[in-house]
Design a protein around this ligand. Sequence first.
Ligand code: NAP
Ligand code: G4F
Length: 328
Amino acid sequence: MPRAFITGITGQDGQHLAEFLHNKGYDVFGLVKGQNNPRMDLLRDEFPFVQPVPGDLADLPSLVKALETSQPDEVYNLGAISFVAMSFNQAELTANITGLGVLRLLEAIRMVGGTSNNKIRFYQASSSEMFGKVRETPQNEMTPFHPRSPYGCAKVFGHDITVNYRESYDLFACSGILFNHEGPRRGLEFVTRKITNAVARIKLGLQDSVTLGNLDAKRDWGYAGDYVKAMWLMLQQDQPDDYVVATGETHSIEELLALAFAEVGIDDWHPYVKQDPKYFRPAEVDLLIGDSTKARTKLGWAPEVDFPGLVKLMVENDLRIESSRNSR
Ligand code: NAP
Ligand code: G4F
């Protein structure tokens, strides 16, 4: 059986990828940080096939030990401080985990055996946030980076060091430049899930309104379940490379609000939405839209869930969760 090691196993993508690889027959190992990680119960209950391995992206020896324990064929680095808004307040932590964490993991792979006959394949979770103040539209693998947050800057470092280690040490290292992807497992701090959860609670009479920041930003939103397949496909190719993964459509937060409220029969969302400057960021990414032609042609990848389908899926999930929580 092939063996996969995933950092960020407790996050949205880690959960989707673990499920995907398990269904493909992989032995799945996941890095879990902290002495009493609150998400360990979730892992035990919903992903009993995942073998947890202790460690932290801030701690090189723990990464070396984790690789020695799991002996993986494939390493997926999904662990990060991933919330852009938080990165403005905790910039140093973000640089350390989201940026330097990639370097540490690459070094651990070199130490444990990533070259010549023992060739570990490596996936780095790069981000469309690297395009930031976009230099062209749509964005593809050749579009220059102009990050707009400490998170974006850390991701640029992680991306560049992955390319550098591939070129310097003959590592099979790939970088997926993924545009926003969402779903029922998305954290409540991100705008899609914040909205779908609020819509469900408003429908059920549990809250009156939702308070947001900038409603004009546009994102290329896809479904996380579709995107983890692209990660895996990258590591099955003959040669390592970098790929943009995106739907090729962009939508504003106002469009998201309209679809989500319509899903529960509310035609005008305006009375339910407030704005607060505290949710505005010091620098914003106004527009993202990806050109994933390379992934579609070389990997044979294509998204299956469209934007209205994604919003529906998320609202229905939050209605289910909130109704069962409040009927107890
Ligand atoms: P997520 O839900 O926020 O998950 C982040 C994961 O990183 C969690 O499992 C977290 O573990 C782990 N982590 C945080 N600090 C760590 C540390 N010091 N050591 C080890 N692990 C640590 O993020 P996601 O949406 O699944 O995204 C996965 C990756 O893709 C991230 O690198 C993100 O930046 C990148 N990305 C995401 C998107 C997107 O739209 N979702 C798009 C492009 C790129 P704990 O639970 O223990 O904190
Ligand atoms: O949902 P968001 O926090 O996601 P953001 O900043 O685009 O980052 C996500 O996608 C990246 C890929 O491009 C990933 F790399 C990253 O890890 C993360 O998964 O915010 C989306 C937009 C922003 O423009 C933000 O200003 O929504 C706007 N927004 C408006 N009101 C809000 C809110 N965002 C959040 N989180 N909360 C609000 O109340």
